[in-house]
Design a protein around this ligand. Structure first.
Ligand code: GDP
Length: 637
């Protein structure tokens, strides 16, 4: 078993077009796993973007985990999607990675998506490295990039390299710790050579190193002492100090390069190993014991019972491939895992390591690693664990969908297949919801935004060859009441020959409350038998599903039943259920019902020039501005 200190679970993130795909490709190439590099200008060859649809949209919508090896390190690269409509994917990939490389466009500096990703990583306390890319391009300026890291992202960047030439003359990087010039020769930069620093750059490099030492000395008395006494500061000490500061999030190391021109990628790989955390550095994570509901800490111990988080599912002709991060224990083919949500058990048929698009079967895996499982049926976000320790890893909060489309398959024959396909999608993506619309023979598909839903319609077409007719988007309104109202409803159908008739009377009130729905029954069993009380509750539940103002579900209502009358024979559960439903309808109209609109919390980062325009657009849409934060270059609304 590889020591856990030699594993890195890393995400690569960037603003679109900064070079994330190109860099990931280069990493896979230099680590020896793909032997031919693709130019990704048309994106068609990119290994990480393997879904046809993703290529077309130009965005990565699924997080693929790819494993590669560099020196004595095992790198699990987790591809983090960046688009806002896929927040659940982003959150999931952030949960399972330990460190990240943030790619910055060397010309454009920090861009809106860089900002978003950086804030997400800050929230998850993920140590980062910055790779300033595209230094071969006209207008590239690493110092401006550095300033934007400070001013726009609020980081404390520490520059570890100095560029050799810039723009079209960009030829390599100087390592400011070892004071060596690095060049990347051969057809694809695979021959990495180190030479003395060119004479013309010596003064500049020395000044840059001084700056680095000044910054780092604040964190280490030993470095300060060495500097004061004129002792050389050892590379080892610098590496250690920078590593600790990176893990503590006090410093963010910055490296330079051009992924496209094959410059600076190998030193970045070394830096990943040197500065970013291993699973052991991450320490224990929080979970909940399923039986006792008590908090449980899961330490990354291979000798503990297995605990894994399913963070990504891929369904294909081989069945379900479940990507998990194993937080504790070991797994091998034949092992049985319990799903802590469903309490079902399943046997692992195979363990799969994904190396680019190749599936490699492996025999065992241990805590801290990321692996694909075959033979497990579960939903994304489920915790899979050994029987002796049933825990749930902290649940992910799933946002409520905000937009709904009505779907009807164009071919009658596709109805069942549509249902199956949608079932499959919702399992992968809990932010997607499917509901039948029985009256209109349609299926309602709800999600986080137009693009989110569009992606799934496209997948229906491509993966399932189902053509659907799409009704206009509908906003997920809700209904609620603004004051209490009472009800007293009597259902009475006279007895006829052969039947006892139907009778039920319910009395009580409805009132606003914070929960979606509450039912309290003040009547003792002698007054209203259990089955009839249950039928009443069911009737009220039916009523809130329907909605009475515009047909949207009612939320935030408490129903209290204070009296009921029954008659022998005629008072059936059905009568009470029906009476309750009608009683609700009666009271709801008296309770000053209103329509609720979905509200979203937005955070907008913009250059100051656009603040006025954005504010007026927001206000025109009845937005409420909660606050602004001004940094040097951006304003956050
Ligand atoms: P992503 O959207 O972040 O994945 O960006 P890509 O890797 O797809 O790159 C976007 C575009 O920038 C492509 O046309 C790349 O060829 C180009 N590109 C990527 N890295 C570099 C670089 O270092 N220098 C230059 N000049 N172009 C680059």
């Amino acid at each position: 078993m590889l020591p856990r200190q030699q594993i890195r679970n890393i995400g690569v993130s960037a603003h679109i077009d900064a070079g994330k795909t190109t860099l990931s490709e280069r990493i896979l190439f230099y680590t020896g796993k793909i032997h031919q590099m693709h130019e990704v200008s048309d994106r068609s060859g990119a290994t990480m973007d393997y879904m046809a649809l993703e290529r077309e949209k130009g965005i990565t919508i699924t997080a693929a985990a790819v494993t590669c090896f560099w020196r004595d390190l095992q790198l699990n690269l987790i591809d983090t999607p960046g688009h806002v409509d896929f927040t659940i994917e982003v959150e999931r990939s952030l949960r399972v990675l330990d460190g990240a490389v943030l790619v910055l466009d060397g010309v454009a500096g920090a861009q809106p998506q860089t900002l978003t990703v950086n804030r997400q990583m800050q929230r998850y306390q993920i140590p980062r490295l910055i790779f300033i890319n595209k230094l071969d391009r006209t207008g590239a300026d690493p110092l401006a990039g550095l300033a934007s890291l400070r001013e726009t992202l609020g980081l404390t960047p520490v520059l570890l390299q100095y560029p050799i030439g810039i723009e079209e003359r960009f030829a390599g990087v100087i390592d400011l710790i070892e004071m060596q010039a690095h060049y990347f020769e051969g057809e694809a930069g695979e021959r990495w050579v180190q030479r003395p620093i060119p004479t013309v750059l010596r003064a500049a490099a020395t000044a840059a190193r001084e700056q680095l030492l000044d910054q780092v000395s604040l964190l280490s008395d030993q470095i300060t002492l060495d500097m004061l006494t004129g002792n050389p500061v050892s590379s080892q000490l610098l590496w250690q100090t920078i590593r600790q500061a990176t893990l503590d999030l006090t410093l963010t190391p910055v490296l330079l390069g051009s992924a496209l021109r094959n410059i600076g990628v190998q030193p970045l790989l070394d830096a990943i190993g040197r500065y970013l955390p291993s699973p052991s550095d991450r320490g224990a994570i929080e979970a909940t014991d399923v039986a006792t509901q008590a908090p449980a800490a899961i330490a990354p111990m291979p000798d503990a019972p297995a605990v894994a988080l399913a963070f990504k599912l891929i369904d294909d002709e081989y069945g379900q491939l479940t990507y998990v991060r194993l937080y504790a224990g070991r797994l091998a083919p034949g092992d049985t895992l319990y799903n802590s949500r469903t309490r079902q058990k399943a046997r692992i048929a195979r363990l799969i390591r994904i190396e680019v698009n190749q599936r490699q079967s492996i025999e065992a895996v241990a805590a801290g690693d990321i692996v694909g499982l075959i033979g497990i049926d579960c939903a994304s976000g489920d915790t899979l664990c050994a029987a002796e320790r049933l825990v749930a890893l902290e649940g992910m909060t799933v946002p409520e969908p905000v937009l709904t489309l009505a779907l009807t398959p164009r071919r009658q024959a596709d109805i069942a297949r549509l249902e199956k396909a949608l079932q499959h999608f919702t399992k992968e993506d809990p932010t997607l919801q499917v509901k039948p619309d029985p009256e209109q023979q349609r299926t309602l598909l709800s999600g986080m935004g137009e693009l989110h839903l569009e992606i799934y319609l496209e997948r229906l077409r491509r993966e399932y060859q189902i053509e659907v007719q799409v009704g206009p988007p509908a906003v997920a309104y809700r209904e609620t009441l603004t004051r209490a109202a009472s009800f007293d409803y009597m259902l009475e159908q006279p007895a006829q020959t052969g039947s006892a008739g139907q009778f039920a009377q319910v009395v009580g009130q409805i009132a606003p409350c914070d929960d979606a729905f509450q039912f309290s029954n003040c009547l003792p069993k002698e007054k209203l038998a259990e089955p009839l009380a249950a039928a009443c509750e069911q009737g009220f539940q039916d009523a809130v599903q329907t909605g009475w103002l515009k047909g949207y579900p009612v939320v935030g209502v408490q129903v209290t039943l204070t009296a009921a009358t029954q008659r022998p024979l005629a008072s059936t559960p059905l009568a009470f259920r029906f009476a309750a439903r009608r009683a609700f309808e009666q009271a709801f109209s008296q309770a000053q019902p209103v329509l609720l609109e979905p509200l979203m919390q937005l955070e907008i980062a913009t250059p100051a020039d656009f603040v006025g325009v954005i504010q007026s657009k927001l206000l025109a849409r009845r937005a409420l501005l909660l606050g602004t934060e001004v940094r040097a270059e951006v304003t956050i609304l």
